[in-house]
Design a protein around this ligand. Structure first.
Ligand SMILES: O=C(O)C(=O)C[C@]1(C(=O)O)C=C[C@@H](O)C=C1
Length: 313
């Protein structure tokens, strides 16, 4: 198997792929320079799967990933992992923090380190590059235009750089959620703690259109874990909605909610049902509301079948 990821070696995404595919040998992990290139490699069949960042707890959605999920040839999310992200300022040996005038990093990393930079290096210029590890690689090159990189410890060390300051992120509890993508195929079996992702395109714009969509989940007791509106590209004010819901499409409540969306929406793009990464660290366990357990749904389906078959009651 060959797995594409946002490279080069030493990105947070590589760490995510290692966590998702711990058995894969070094040679199976293929770095690509951008999220779009990872999607393209999987679609072409150059890779069997691939890992990309989806959202960060501080900066939010990774737009390159979301745009590909919405617009590109469909791929399935087969797995997810959430990893803590810690940033270090690395420079070439001999430099001190006071020498740092030009810093390279990834835009999502910059967004997570703004406070530290404002306090400690207010006059430094920051340049965004394709990944935190690409920043480290660039700083290590002779004649680099940059004095320092903000990246993961591993990226700085692999490139022979010297750590000037650790923990330069503004939140020490920051985490990024990564997804593992594959070409459309049989879904992973339900585990009892799954997540379903989809994109809904409304049929028309009218008062309550979004409420109607959300009600499909609410009335069936399906908990939503993410809702993000993204422009469709068809003009100002045109949006689609990216949703993550608790549960697997094989669960009756989730399946029926999706059928409800199908009836209401112009288009529903199913992105996958896969095991939840935070299954063991659920912070807010919630009790299903009355009549919304899978057993309740199966009992009601059987009852309907009986009365359709002519039985009474
Ligand atoms: O540049 C990297 O190392 C990445 O893996 C990308 C990325 C991102 O897109 O958010 C991943 C995690 C961090 O939040 C910062 C950057």
């Amino acid at each position: 198997m060959r797995y594409a990821y946002l490279g080069p070696e030493g990105t947070f995404t590589e760490a995510a792929l290692r966590t998702l595919q711990p058995e894969a040998p070094e040679s199976a992990r293929i770095p690509y320079a951008g999220v779009d290139a990872v999607f393209a490699a999987i679609r072409r069949g150059d890779a069997d799967g691939g890992t990309v960042p989806l959202e960060n707890s501080v900066e939010g959605g990774v737009t390159a990933t979301i745009a590909e999920l919405i617009n590109g040839e469909p791929l399935l999310i087969a797995a997810e992992v959430a990893l803590p992200v810690e940033f270090t300022l690395f420079a070439r040996g001999g430099a001190t923090v006071a020498d740092v005038k030009r810093i390279a990093t990834h835009p999502h990393a910059l967004a997570q380190c703004r406070g530290w930079l404002a306090r400690r290096l207010p006059d430094a210029e920051v340049f965004t590059v394709s990944s935190t590890a690409a920043a480290a690689q660039s700083v290590a090159e002779p004649g680099s235009p940059y004095d320092a990189a903000i990246c993961a410890r591993i990226a700085g060390e692999r490139n022979g750089l010297h750590a000037l300051a650790e923990g330069v992120g503004d939140r020490d509890d920051a985490a990024t959620r990564f997804i593992h993508l594959m070409r459309p195929q049989a879904l992973p079996e339900p585990t009892g703690s799954d997540r379903t992702s989809l994109v809904a395109f409304l049929s028309d714009d009218h008062p309550g259109a979004l409420v109607e969509l959300l009600n499909q989940f609410a009335v069936r007791g399906v908990n939503l874990t993410r809702l993000e509106s993204r422009p469709t590209g068809d003009g100002l004010g045109r949006y689609c909605f990216c949703l993550d819901a608790d549960g697997h499409v094989a669960d009756p409540a989730v399946g029926e909610a999706l059928m409800g969306l199908r009836r209401l929406c112009k288009e529903v793009r199913f992105l996958g049902s896969y095991p939840r990464a935070d299954a063991d660290t659920e912070l807010t366990p919630f009790m299903p509301s009355r009549g919304t357990t899978s057993a309740d749904f199966y009992e009601a389906q059987e009852w309907l079948a009986r009365i359709r078959a002519g039985e009474v009651g």
